[in-house]
Design a protein around this ligand. Structure first.
Ligand SMILES: [Zn+2]
Length: 375
């Protein structure tokens, strides 16, 4: 792609004069909401003739993180490149096809995707100017989709102290789940433990509870849902994490908790969720064991950490790893359990015979603190 052409297209978008229409629905003017250190800009556009979407991101002198999130209608968004104001390619999808995971932005997963940048403590801080995130609407079998409908969210954070922060978590009971025996006490105890543990990392977990008429079998976990977006819009502000508390997960039986991409796509959207199935933890009588109470804390914090951009330390093929330097590499289940089993982002819980307290490394905390929703 010719960079000059890209700049020209960006100026057109910023100035609000739409490019040459390719269909009757060409896009909308950006809407900007400023809330403390977070600026959220939303608009609607379409992919170009090559199936690409050039997203301009205005970065100010004090901006410390950016997040760009896309939701498409026909095919699935994948990040091709992130380009700084000097035209330097900071991130290139072709460099991330190996065994290290930095972000799900390079994967064709769902009709929604997001990049939070920077990710690591070692990534260069942002520089002021207009950045560009070049995305494509991509078929899973390859090939791109011109003229796809795209909803865009760009968030920027001006954080004066990136070592301290608050993440706001909206806990939403699915319909009547709060009335289940022992549910409220179990979740409140687990959240208190989570808050205590993350306070030690300089992170305040600001948790609020909400009721809803969401289906308690959490059917949205497979493909997202407009009801998720509607509830999130009601209870959450941009940057907040929304955690649905259900009884079960009808499409993921036996799973403790789940979320969408790493990072998740934030407000507003059909995939703005973390989901937890309480029947996996709380007995029908309302009791919960010490181990399962610990596991509930870990499920809430593990899934929220994914939503904030932290990948698994290792995947269960024992051959793919996070892109962080302070989590060791291992190549067998046994060595991985020994070396990484007590890390919060190990892919499963290690309760042998009892569940240990699982921790985060300084590099993982660096990812959490760079998330735009951490303020
Ligand atoms: Zn996980």
């Amino acid at each position: 792609m010719d960079p000059w052409m890209r700049s020209a297209a960006v100026i057109a978008v910023l100035a609000g004069c739409a490019p040459e229409p390719t269909s009757s629905d060409t896009g909308t003017e950006p809407e900007v909401v400023v809330d403390g250190m977070l600026t959220t800009t939303t608009w609607h556009t379409r992919s170009d003739q090559d199936g690409e979407i050039d997203v301009p991101i205005a970065v100010g002198d004090d901006t410390t993180s950016l997040l760009v999130s896309l939701s498409t209608v026909q095919e699935r968004p994948i990040l091709l490149q992130l380009i700084d104001p000097d035209g330097e390619v900071v991130l290139d999808e072709r460099d991330w096809r190996g065994d290290e995971k930095l972000t799900d932005a390079f994967d064709v997963l769902r009709k929604t995707n997001a990049l939070n940048w920077p990710v690591r403590r070692t990534d260069e801080p942002l520089r002021a100017g207009t950045w560009h995130a070049i995305w494509a609407s991509e078929h899973q079998e390859g090939g791109r989709n011109p003229d796809d409908s795209v909803d865009l969210v760009v968030m920027t954070k001006d954080d004066p102290d990136p070592t301290q922060g608050t993440i706001t978590v909206r806990l939403v009971w699915a319909d009547g789940v709060e009335l289940g025996a022992g549910h409220e006490a179990a979740v409140q105890a687990a959240v208190q433990t989570w808050q205590r543990e993350w306070t030690a990392y300089g992170i305040t977990v600001d948790a609020t509870f909400h009721t809803s008429d969401m289906d308690p079998t959490l059917p949205f976990t497979a493909n997202g849902d407009a009801e998720v977006e509607a509830i999130a819009a009601e209870v959450a502000d941009p940057g907040d994490v929304v955690v649905f508390l259900g009884d079960t997960m009808i499409y993921k039986p036996g799973v403790f908790g789940t979320g969408p991409n790493t990072p998740g796509t934030p407000y507003p959207g059909n995939y703005h969720f973390v989901a937890v199935a309480l029947d996996m933890f709380v007995e029908p009588s309302g009791t919960i064991s010490t181990d399962l109470s610990r596991l509930l804390t870990e499920t809430l914090s593990h899934e929220t950490a994914h939503f904030m951009g932290v990948p698994h330390v290792v995947e269960t093929d024992w051959a793919r790893y996070d892109a962080l330097t302070d989590t060791p590499r291992c190549t067998t289940e046994g060595t991985c359990e020994t070396q990484l089993g007590r890390n919060l982002m190990f892919p499963w819980s290690q309760c042998k015979p009892t569940c240990p307290v699982r921790t985060l490394t300084p590099d993982q905390l660096g990812v959490l603190h760079r998330y735009v929703g951490m303020r």
